[in-house]
Design a protein around this ligand. Structure first.
Ligand code: GDP
Ligand code: MG
Length: 472
């Protein structure tokens, strides 16, 4: 190219040498030169971009890179075809470091997130497992509950009719039956005298016997009694009336199937009293099971702390009925145990608290004083407690049971009576005497050792059992 320029430049003057070269020629030469220069510039410029075209194939030609594996995230993909550091400017180097730092940071964040999700998943699995376990336990509990219910129901227990068998067939009722069953059409003074003798020697108590005899005499005098059967029916009605009257003295509603008054007091507090051997602990155990079957939450208090065996016995019953029991060491203050039981009943919102007490003391303090203290202390744990003072009497004690009832009632104000062991005695008439004398409702009767043998007392059922069904 420079050669061409030279030729052009030199050619001009050579050709015009002889003559004075015209100025247009100079101008034309200059114009050609300019055009050549411009053409050269363009030529050079146009060639420049061609250079990289000859470079190795561009990025898109390269095989597609695989996406980086999700883990381990530490494997940061190296920057693509990164030029060596020494070829970079300070800013580029800075930018690259920044990018690498960001990438590491992001990788750590992803790792943390992954671990968090793993933890959450593990926690969910643990909770589901727990829930499943709870469900299985609940199912098992229900199954056992159902099983127990069936067992108790199958264990039908004795009827009152069976329980009063000895009284009906061997006690004063047998003699009455003999008196009325002699087919007498006439009721004369000798019949009344014999009735008097039978009733006074029965276990119904002198007062009650006297009352029944007086009413019979009255009827005979007024000639309202035609024969033995009529007299028998009259006495039967009188006895039922005595029992009904005593029941009516306490109008509180009783729980069906249990036979004791009950109100939602959280807790309803029952204090059980009676002499040793009367059947307190046994009765409490049976009551606990019955309340539980009725869906109540029951707590027991072992305030008979004078014998270790008494507490142990209650614990056995508590275990059987699957209810908790508050105990104290042997010889400890019974009031403290009673207080603890009622307090816990309040705190943990039990439906029923039943407190067992001693029947005889070996300390200086007389039994009744000690029991009064126990009763008082319960009232401190829950205003107005106890709601029921249940006196347990052993029917085989006969007249003695009436004496006991008097003592306990005077000291504590008994609100209900449980008469146990009716099955083992011919002295079942004692119920009538107790009801008549103290006007305290008989709530429960025990006719045997099984759970179902503790029965709610029903005057009508009692009288029917006493006099026998066939004649009722
Ligand atoms: P506590 O000293 O007043 O607590 O009397 P217990 O509860 O220990 O009972 C004394 C005994 O009487 C135990 O052997 C009981 O099984 C028994 N007993 C309680 N109630 C009845 C019942 O209704 N019928 C019969 N046959 N025995 C009973
Ligand atoms: Mg006991």
């Amino acid at each position: 190219m420079p050669t061409l320029l030279l030729v052009l430049l030199s050619a001009g003057p050579l050709a015009q040498a002889p003559a004075e070269p015209p100025t247009w020629w100079i101008w034309a030469g200059l114009a050609v030169l300019l055009a050549v220069v411009i053409a050269l510039i363009f030529l050079l410029k146009g060639k420049a971009p061609e250079k990289p075209a000859k470079a190795p194939p561009p990025a898109e030609v390269a095989p597609p890179r695989e996406a980086p594996p999700p883990s381990p995230p530490e494997a940061i993909p190296p920057p693509e075809a990164a030029p060596p550091e020494e070829e970079l400017t300070a800013e580029e180097l800075e930018a690259r470091k920044k990018a690498e730092y960001q990438a590491r940071k992001e990788a750590r964040r992803l790792e943390r997130e992954r671990r968090r999700l793993e933890r959450e998943e593990a926690e969910r699995a643990r909770l589901a497992e727990l829930e499943e376990q709870r469900r299985r336990e609940e199912e098992e509990r229900r199954r056992q509950e159902e099983e127990r219910r069936r067992r108790i129901e199958a264990e039908a227990g004795k009827t009152l009719m069976e329980g009063l068998g000895k009284t009906r067939e061997g006690g004063f009722m047998a003699r009455l039956a003999g008196l009325f069953g002699r087919g007498r059409a006439e009721i004369g003074p000798e019949v009344v005298a014999e009735l008097e003798e039978i009733l006074f020697t029965a276990d119904i108590g002198v007062r009650t016997a006297m009352r029944l005899v007086e009413r019979a005499q009255e009827r005979v005098r007024e000639a309202r009694i035609a024969d033995g059967a009529a007299l028998r029916e009259a006495i039967r009605a009188d006895i039922e009336e005595i029992l009904e009257k005593a029941q009516a003295k306490d109008p509180r509603r009783t729980l069906p199937g249990i036979g004791l008054p009950f109100e939602e007091k959280r807790p309803w507090v029952i204090m059980v009293v009676g002499v040793n051997g009367a059947g307190k602990t046994t009765t409490i155990g049976k009551l606990a099971a019955k309340f539980r079957l009725d869906g109540k939450r029951v707590l027991l208090g072992a305030a008979d702390t004078f014998r270790a065996a008494a507490t142990e016995q209650l614990e056995v019953w508590a275990e059987r009925a699957e209810v908790p029991v508050v105990t104290g060491p042997e010889g400890s203050d019974p009031g403290a145990v009673a207080f603890d039981a009622v307090s816990r009943g309040v705190r943990e919102e039990f439906d029923v608290v039943i407190v067992d007490t001693a029947g005889r003391l070996h300390t200086k303090s007389p039994l009744m004083e000690e029991l009064k203290k126990v009763r008082r202390v319960m009232g401190k744990a829950r205003e107005g407690a106890p709601d029921e003072i249940l006196l347990v009497l052993d029917a085989t004690m006969g007249q003695n049971a009436i004496q006991q009832a008097r003592q306990f009632h005077e000291a504590l104000g008994v609100t209900g009576i449980a008469l146990t062991k009716l099955d083992g005695t011919a002295k079942g008439g004692v119920v009538i005497g107790i009801a008549d004398e103290f006007q305290i409702p008989v709530r429960l009767v025990g006719v045997g050792e099984s759970l179902a043998d503790l029965r709610p007392f029903d005057p009508r059922e009692y009288v029917t059992a006493l006099f026998g069904r066939e004649e009722s």
